[in-house]
Ligand binder design. Structure first.
Ligand code: FAQ
Length: 311
């Protein structure tokens, strides 16, 4: 019965085996994966918007080509993740409907505006940097299709992160105005990037269960700490500062102490009250409606093929 299935599932997780789509799994395990993977997929798709804002205004042909390739990679990441979620029995249509109805989340970070060209660099350096720090451990997550999707995504994210670093370095070493623009972007993106790791461990509703299931390998606070420690020397190399007066090396813990994230801002953004929540979801719904004819044409073509027509 069910008990024997559960025992086999628990043993597979304990033995570091991957759970695959046809394996029996607890309903709550399936539901938590759909929740997290859908949120992740939606983040990739909504995350195209802030950067796309700068494609037409990139300062050179080279920068424009790089940015277009990056944004296109993000669409690809969204598609791998929707496909991985489909293996759990939930279709992309259903997930998109929930996103558009405001019933599924996407990362808080994409509700902030990209005010200058330097923001494209700050997103690459900090947002992709935070994404990699969070996602490398997901390559070892217990659900096979998600873990495998993460391997390729992390390789591309790491390329994106270097792109952002290189862009910011060029600005930082440029004219005083360019340097100031880079510093301003880092000042605005630093704290929201720390929020990407989720609420503090004591307030993280899903952590205990997701850790037991080996979906999560490190806690929200552990990964946030790791990210801060990675960024400090990189900021120095960039010749930029991080906007936190409490940031200092703590020899005893072998990591940096840092100031407290404004969790009321995080909660406000999650509730829909960030600077760009309305704009992002409106644009996403519009893109979906504008693309209806493509879906209709693809479905009509597939139906024709299935009916055996050779036209
Ligand atoms: N934003 O109990 P926990 C990218 C929600 S990277 C919004 O700690 P969990 C790449 C959470 O869903 C960004 N919501 O939850 C890119 C839950 O809500 P619920 C995407 C957040 O799942 C770069 C509640 O708070 N990456 O897109 C956030 O154990 C550049 C309680 O939190 C991923 O999604 C947040 N920041 O841990 C693209 C990675 N944090 O469902 C374009 C996969 C928490 O109960 C350009 N996800 N919440 O209503 C994860 O690793 C986890 O889901 C965490 C949260 C760590 C985000």
């Amino acid at each position: 019965g069910e008990d024997a299935f559960l025992a086999a599932f628990d043993a597979a997780v304990a033995a570091e085996e991957r759970i695959e789509p046809r394996d029996w799994m607890p309903d709550a395990y399936r539901a938590t994966l759909v929740r997290q993977m859908a949120q992740h997929a939606h983040s990739e798709i909504i995350g195209m918007q802030p950067e796309a804002n700068w494609i037409t205004r990139a300062p050179s042909l080279r920068r424009k080509a790089i940015l277009m390739a990056k944004v296109q990679d993000e669409a690809g990441h969204g598609l791998y993740l929707y496909s991985a979620t489909e293996t759990l029995g939930t279709g992309r249509d259903e997930l998109l409907d929930k996103l558009h109805a405001g019933r599924q989340k996407y990362s808080s970070i994409f509700n902030y505006p990209t005010l200058t060209w330097a923001d494209v660099g700050a997103i690459g350096w900090l947002v992709d940097g935070a994404a990699i720090t969070n996602q490398v451990p997901l390559c070892r997550c217990s659900y096979g299709p998600y873990a495998r999707a993460m391997i390729r995504i992390c390789k591309e994210e790491s390329f994106h992160q270097r792109q952002g670093f290189e862009l910011l370095l060029a600005l930082s070493e440029g004219t005083p105005e360019q340097h100031a623009m880079a510093q301003d972007a880092v000042d605005r993106w630093w704290w929201p990037s720390l929020m990407m790791f989720g609420p503090p461990d004591g307030e993280s509703a899903h952590s205990a269960q997701s850790t037991a299931w080996k979906i999560k390998r490190f806690s929200n606070d552990e990964l946030r700490q790791r990210f801060v420690d990675i960024c400090v020397p990189q900021a120095e190399a960039l010749g930029l500062t991080l906007p936190d007066p409490d940031l200092r090396w703590n020899e005893e813990k072998g990591g940096h102490d840092f100031g407290t994230v404004d969790w009321s801002e995080f909660q406000a953004v999650l509730k829909g009250n960030g600077p760009c929540n309305e704009e992002r979801i409106t644009q996403r719904r519009r893109a979906h409606e504008d693309g209806a004819w493509v879906r209709d044409a693809a479905a009509a073509y597939a139906a024709k093929q299935a009916a055996g027509s050779d036209e």
